[in-house]
Design a protein around this ligand. Sequence first.
Ligand code: PHE
Length: 453
Amino acid sequence: MEQRANFGSKLGIILASAGSAVGLGNVWRFPTEVGANGGAVFILIYIICVLVLGIPLMVAEFVVGRHTHRNTADAYRQLAPRSGWILQGYLGVFTAWFILCYYGVVAGWTLKYLVDALLGRVAAITDSAAYFTTFSSHPWMPIAYMVAVMLMCHFVIVRGVQNGIERYSKLMMPLLLLIIALLVVFSFSMPGSREGMRFLLRPDFSKVSPDVFLSAMGQAFFSLSIAMGCLCTYASYFTDDARLVKTAGSVALIDTTVAIMSGFIIFPAVFSVQGGTPDAGPGLVFITLPTVFQMAFDTVPWLGWFFSVLFYLLLLLAALTSMMSIHEPSTAFLLEHFSLRRHTATCIVTLSAIAVGVLCSLSFGPLADVRPLFGMTFFDFFDFISAKLFLPVGGIIISLFVGWKLPRELVHDEITNHGHLRFRFFALYRFVLRWVAPLAIGLVFLNELGLFK
Ligand code: PHE
């Protein structure tokens, strides 16, 4: 049998997994949530959620993937043959593919803005809201950009694990971290940025409500790429000496740092614009920020150009490394389950995602009024069903699976690399997976469905 692919180094493992975690969720969704949930308190609660729930669940997925060294669907089949748990494997594969379909649309927008920034067009936008709407509702332009981004992702995935995912993660992630650092400096240098800093750093405890907790938890899961088959698939390429807990900790640290730094980039900049509001929603990065860059253009033109290019490059890099990780679960499944060539499997996934992506993209234009699925547009439907429905359900199943179904020794062996490492919190870890995580995620789920509204 052909030897199965794996990552070549520990650094590659961490950077690829961090590439999955750091995505639009950090740069776009996190600041939006912080804005809507009262600033620093949200950040505090978010960090607690990452520590108490995020890291244990990441490790749980790593255990399943690394122990079996198989694609997600077959991993569950191997661990629990002929049982209902197998469905979780398929759920992971599907969830990842669903997310790929609509994530590619937004990634396409970031490419469009990067091109515009490079050409100096961001400076010339007079009404940034109208500009964004005109573009996103255009019948074919956003589709062209979506296809371009999907193809970029395709060309990485088709090269395989070491030559594709690992090599490009090692290239893109350090670049991304460097850009983030530069942008923080830029944002601090904007006039009036102190108000934004204050908003981020001073906790306002009057804002604490159950809703804030639930939003923080939902954001943590999305941001850490939990329950989407990605971590499990990547972990199936981990070498036997990889340290699961340490890897999860490093990835969580990088992911949270990037999210908070994105807040530091966006809020000082937003507050420096007259009338800038922190909770402007997704429009934050495509509508509010272009205005900020224009201000910089007006004072020092090349600086405005430089930083707008850096910002949209950052978004694109973040989106691409995440897309790679949502492409791989279904590719690995097709490749192994049906013994296809990597090239064929990758083509099937890319083409099918583009086909559905076209529908999602058109949701902002010609198909805006077409709501065939539960009164939602295609884009909203795919977002809803994956991020709001499958994600929490998958999270609950994974914690129950690793907490209750898998033999204690198996989990312990994976976490300690067969006794080579010490892990003092194992009992606590199992308790979290058995009780805390399923209950907490259950609450998030009911909240997403609007039961507490
Ligand atoms: N974690 C990524 C982000 O923050 C999104 C993502 C979701 C990546 C699902 C992989 C799987 O944007």
